[in-house]
Design a protein around this ligand. Structure first.
Ligand code: UD1
Length: 426
């Protein structure tokens, strides 16, 4: 288990190139099994979640190799449709193999993903939708924790999602692509990563209309073909470094930023006092005073403010010149960072059934030993370390490596002082 040590102080100045998108890469890696052949994914981030997803691919008999940031996947032969419990526990996104393997092999066994640190994260929308597509489900094992799904043919139908779940939308698309007839998804998630999965599948020969909208229509095709596809830059990594500048101050250029996909984040950053200039691919963000408070920030499905940016914004607002409120609407346990920020001197109270945080900005944070409860909370603590007086140690920082290729390298290229160290030498 690794830790990150950050010595705080100093404004940020320089340039960072934004890595490829994690949440686009994960479903597309699952989607590769729908093609019997070779897929090349360019600009694939080299992060733990992608490595886990590759391990799941290998469990099914597929092969994968890296050439720099290009991932070459050979899905010619599938030798197993069983995904081990260990894989699903390591990473919830392995649940996307549910739809992908059903599409390819008409059968899949996968462990039920348990709760995780940001909340319950059930998969009832995934399972209810698949049932409607002629997929039989049995729950096996002593505690009925293995889901065994099979079908003689996937039948297109109308799916109405109660909530625009990203994962459920992606699983229905993956199941429907090689099915029979037309599947229509109502109240589909509009996140850019759903759009990108559709773009990938269309390039590989799928027939999909309505990508990026709440109504997606998939007409089943017989097979897909080999494709080379370039993944977009990661909107949450870009947002994280925007938050770092908002908190620490400075003048930074972000190269390869998906500016269209971070509009809600840009609006918030401008309101807290940042100046932002953006064209199609790059962004310049600068900030030269203490952040302004934000009256009411509510996390919402895309195009609203993303839950994956909530922790980073909380760090920014912890040193704002006044009182701010954040309402977390998507995941119920995403305020775990509050206790960590309090160890650094932040003044935050949680109210109303734990979904509302009221943040009274303090002038500065102080270095402390804190723990990364999840990926984005960990990144938010690195930002807190940048602005704190003295030394901050973020324990269990491995969770940050799930989504950031090298957060220390990136912030150090802006003049910060952050480094990985092993927990037992601290
Ligand atoms: C994806 C993202 C994650 C992001 C989230 C919301 C990936 C790999 N992960 O997660 O980073 O924070 O979208 O933008 O892309 N729900 C149910 N039943 C279900 C499915 C979901 O009740 O069957 C609920 C969840 O508990 C949650 C909400 O719906 O409250 C949103 O979840 P969902 O959009 O499915 O998130 P993920 O796909 O897991």
């Amino acid at each position: 288990m690794s830790s990150i040590k950050v010595i705080g102080g100093g404004r940020l100045k320089g340039e960072i190139k934004i890595q490829g998108s994690k949440n686009a890469a994960l479903p597309i890696i699952a989607a590769t099994v729908l093609n019997r052949g070779i897929t090349v994914l360019r600009n694939c981030p080299r992060i733990l979640d992608v490595f886990h997803m590759i391990n799941v691919l290998k469990e099914t008999g597929c092969k994968a190799d890296w050439e720099g940031n290009n991932l070459i996947v050979d899905t010619t032969d599938i030798t197993s449709t069983k995904i081990s419990e260990g894989s699903v526990q390591k990473m919830r996104s392995s649940i996307l193999f549910l739809g992908a393997l059903l599409g390819r092999s008409h059968e899949v066994s996968i462990a039920y993903p348990g709760g995780c640190s940001i909340g319950k994260r059930p998969i009832d929308y995934h399972l209810d939708s698949l049932k409607r597509m002629n997929v039989t489900q049995e729950f096996l094992g002593e505690d009925k924790s293995i889901i065994h799904c099979y079908t003689n043919k996937i039948l297109g139908t109308d799916i109405f999602l109660k909530f625009p779940s990203v994962g459920a939308t992606q699983n229905v698309i993956l199941t429907a692509v090689l099915g029979e007839g037309v599947t229509r998804i109502f109240n589909a998630a509009r996140e850019p990563e759903v759009y990108e999965l559709c773009s990938f599948l269309i390039e590989a020969g799928a027939r999909i209309c309505g990508k990026g909208t709440a109504f997606i229509e998939i007409e089943g095709v017989k097979e897909l073909h080999d494709v080379e596809f370039t993944l977009s830059p990661d909107r949450i990594v870009a947002g994280t470094y925007m938050a770092a500048v908002a908190a620490a101050g400075g003048d930074v250029i972000l190269r390869d930023t998906p500016n269209r996909h971070v509009e809600s984040v840009i609006r918030v950053m401008e309101k807290v006092g940042c100046r932002i200039k953006a064209d199609d691919r790059h962004m310049r963000i600068s900030c030269n005073k203490r952040p302004l408070p934000y009256k009411m920030l509510i996390t919402q499905p895309y195009p609203g403010f993303p839950t994956d940016m909530q922790s980073q914004l909380m760090t920014v607002l912890s040193i704002a010149d006044g009182k701010s409120t954040i309402i977390e609407e998507i995941f119920e346990s995403r305020f775990q960072n509050v206790n960590e920020l309090k160890k650094m001197g932040a003044k935050i109270t949680i109210e109303e059934n734990k979904s509302k945080a009221v943040i009274s900005g303090v002038k500065h944070l102080e270095g402390a030993i804190v723990k990364a409860h999840d990926l984005r909370a960990g990144a938010a603590l690195v930002i807190a370390g940048l602005i704190a007086e003295g030394e901050t140690i973020i324990r269990e920082a491995t969770s940050i490596e799930r989504g950031y290729e090298d957060i220390c390298r990136d912030v150090n290229s802006l003049g910060a002082n952050a480094r990985y160290c092993s927990e037992n030498i601290l």
